[in-house]
Design a protein around this ligand. Structure first.
Ligand code: LRH
Ligand code: MN
Ligand code: MN
Length: 386
């Protein structure tokens, strides 16, 4: 039997960080469909993130991407976020949009380009000092397109050197989260393509370096929950970028394409003692055709539902069935939890937290969508690159 009160208490402590870039316009390489009311600045992105938190109760922080979210005064931005009811979370670095980075950033063959990239990462740590952020999340577009293009092994040495310099700059409480991605934009080799490479670098760096699992960054069929279990066992799981994929890095709403996979991942998190603030639960998605704020609310709710189901697994019954070699019985215990309709439980949890039991309806009723369309007129809407 699972302890319902404990499940509820755990759900109330959940924190899902939303990404600033999800509030701005995005698209594919074919077309960006602009939406009315989209934020024109980091300040307005924070306003929207604060709405998501107000209606869900479990999205208390918003991640920034630098330089997409460049402002003059980051401490003022942090104060503004606090006034809105949220805080600034992870700082995401961006070393993939300057012309200089055509052949890579921290792995580039030219030391001057590597210097520029590392300086950007150091600047991100300065920003963390001003915002009070704990985590620096690093994702590199570095790689090669053709066999022989560069020395793959030397690129690893350059990467290690750059990471070490940034690691040394971290404060006591700050962490470096290294994100891997199978491919894209590089197609032959990627310098941090998988959890093993990320893990090896983090191990070399020390305790403050951890691996980030972006659920969209794997080959089809990859058993992501196994990676999660392994990283937790090694005390090296820093967090997640949740999103959904049908093909590659689709960045669709978390829990949309494969809610069962999200449940299996969350079960390994719970099982591995990772349901703590040590593991950062972040969304990393884009809303190309759907309205952005409701899509983010929906994603937060999908993460909550997967978490609730994972917490409901009867672990004693599961352990018994496993020990008895009862294959079907063990599978049934897991499926019982997955098949539970947790929506009534989550409605009750929200009511106890003082949040509307139906966040989507509450947001629709709130008039925020109409307000931003009416008020955010003129200026340039935020999108990737702004
Ligand atoms: C790369 C990525 C990484 C970036 C974000 C915008 O595909 O997942 O986390 O910072 O997208
Ligand atoms: Mn990501
Ligand atoms: Mn991605």
């Amino acid at each position: 039997m699972t302890d319902l009160a404990a499940v509820k208490a755990a759900l109330k402590t959940q924190a899902v960080e939303t990404p600033s870039w999800a509030y701005g316009n995005s698209g594919t390489r074919f077309k960006v469909f602009a939406q009315a009311g989209v934020p024109r600045s980091p300040w307005e992105k924070i306003q929207d993130a604060a709405r998501v938190h107000a209606f869900t109760g479990v999205a208390p922080s918003v991640a920034l991407h630098i330089p997409w979210d460049t402002v003059e005064d980051y401490a003022a931005l942090a104060k503004y976020a606090e006034d809105q009811g949220v805080r600034l979370g992870t700082i995401n670095s961006n070393t993939f949009q300057d012309d200089a980075y055509k052949l890579g950033s921290v792995c580039h063959p030219d030391a001057a380009v590597r210097r520029k990239a590392v300086d950007h990462l150091l600047r991100c740590v300065d920003i963390m000092d001003a915002t009070g952020s704990r985590d620096l999340k690093l994702w590199f577009a570095d790689g090669t397109n053709y066999p022989g293009q560069d020395d793959v092994r030397a690129r690893q040495d350059r990467l290690a050197e750059g990471l070490a310099e940034v690691y040394a700059r971290l404060g006591e409480e700050q962490r470096m989260l290294l994100e891997y991605k199978l491919f894209e934009p590089a197609f032959y080799t990627t310098d941090v393509p998988d959890w093993g490479t990320a893990y090896a670098h983090c191990l070399g760096l020390g305790d403050k370096a951890r691996v980030v699992v972006d659920t969209g960054h794997h080959a089809p069929g990859t058993n992501i929950e196994f990676i999660v279990a392994t990283l937790l066992r090694e005390d090296k799981l820093g967090g997640f970028d949740f999103n959904s994929r049908f093909y590659a890095d689709d960045d669709l709403m978390a829990g949309a394409a494969d809610p069962f996979q999200l449940f299996r991942i969350m079960y390994e998190v719970v099982r591995g003692g990772g349901f703590t603030s040590e593991v950062a639960f972040m969304l990393d998605q884009c809303h190309n055709i759907e309205p952005k704020i409701p899509a983010i609310i929906r994603s937060v709710m999908n993460v909550q539902e997967a978490t609730a189901k994972a917490l409901l697994v009867d672990r004693d019954a599961l352990a018994k069935a496993q020990a008895a070699g009862d294959v079907l019985g063990a599978n049934a215990v897991l499926m019982d939890a997955y098949d539970t309709d947790v929506r009534p439980l989550l409605r009750a949890v929200r009511e106890e937290m003082g949040v509307d039991p139906d966040p989507m309806a509450a947001y629709a009723r709130s008039g925020w969508a109409e307000k931003i369309v009416a008020e955010r007129v003129g200026g340039e809407q935020a999108g990737w690159g702004a």
